[in-house]
Design a protein around this ligand. Structure first.
Ligand code: IPE
Ligand code: IPE
Ligand code: MG
Length: 246
């Protein structure tokens, strides 16, 4: 039986890599590299705590605005991570999924993504979703385009479109929506991450930068989640009555 005090789906904005490196007088890239270590750590923790889905923001549609050199290094790092980590993920029964617009990336990276998704498709211990060149607005616009083309073809009536149908056309639409949103690095904003999908996620912000995000931090976030009362529009009394009857 699922325990509602444990999130099924955690979504994380892994932020603060650059500032972490700067503080140590290292190049920003050193922060991104250290961030990969944290990804390994958090994936392991999610498996241990029986989290079903972990969605990570690795590269936003706005991150192209960064200096060309940093963008190239990030793409390189992602490529290397895919080359090196996928076998290990598969061995641990972890499914990998990538969301975002992959067209602008080098062919090699796109091929690695297809291969990794295919290899790990049937795995069941944890689903790790990596968002690259992802933007919440892009996601919503893409869903609107898909529905509009159905209307254009006469396969769908505009008045029949509802939230459920919309959701089945956006990224992660086939999964339970995120229960817990974590942002490291001190900023308190969503930065165009999962705009639709976070509608009822519990928000957790920490000043700790992503490379320093460790087991204790992870457990603190889970503890914070466990204390929240999720009402989804209802009153506390209604929610309490429901949980007493469960
Ligand atoms: C997050 O860390 C990683 C990416 C956006 C790729 P940042 O690189 O944004 O680190 P800060 O926010 O500059 O410290
Ligand atoms: C969000 O972090 C994107 C990722 C972590 C991949 P940013 O560092 O790009 O966000 P802003 O620019 O501070 O809002
Ligand atoms: Mg940042």
């Amino acid at each position: 039986m699922s325990d509602s005090r444990i999130p099924r789906h955690i979504a994380i904005i892994m932020d603060g890599n650059g500032r972490w490196a700067k503080k140590k007088s290292l190049p920003r890239f050193a922060g991104h590299k250290a961030g990969v270590e944290t990804v390994r750590r958090v994936v392991k923790l999610c498996v241990e705590h029986k989290i079903e889905i972990l969605t990570l923001f690795a590269f936003s549609s706005e991150n192209w605005r960064r200096p060309q050199q940093e963008v190239s290094l990030l793409i390189q790092l992602l490529t290397i991570a895919l080359e090196k980590e996928v076998k290990k993920l598969h061995k641990n029964n972890i499914k990998l999924q990538i969301i975002g617009a992959l067209e602008p990336f080098p062919k090699k990276l796109r091929q690695l993504v297809v291969k990794a998704e295919k290899l790990t498709e049937q795995n069941t211990a944890l689903t790790v979703v990596v968002s690259v060149n992802y933007g919440g607005r892009w996601d919503i616009v893409e869903a609107a385009k898909k529905l509009a083309s159905q209307v254009e073809l006469g396969k769908l009536k505009a008045q029949d479109i509802d939230a459920e149908m919309f959701e089945s056309n956006i990224c992660l639409g086939d999964l339970p929506m995120p229960d817990l949103f974590i942002r490291t690095g001190g900023e308190k904003r969503v930065s165009n991450f999962l705009l639709w999908q976070l509608a009822y996620a519990e928000m957790y912000f920490t000043d700790t930068s992503w490379p320093d995000f460790n087991k204790t931090e992870f457990l603190t976030a889970l503890e914070s989640f466990a204390t929240r009362q999720r009402r989804f529009g209802r009153t506390s009394e209604q929610v309490e009555k429901c949980s007493n009857n469960a």
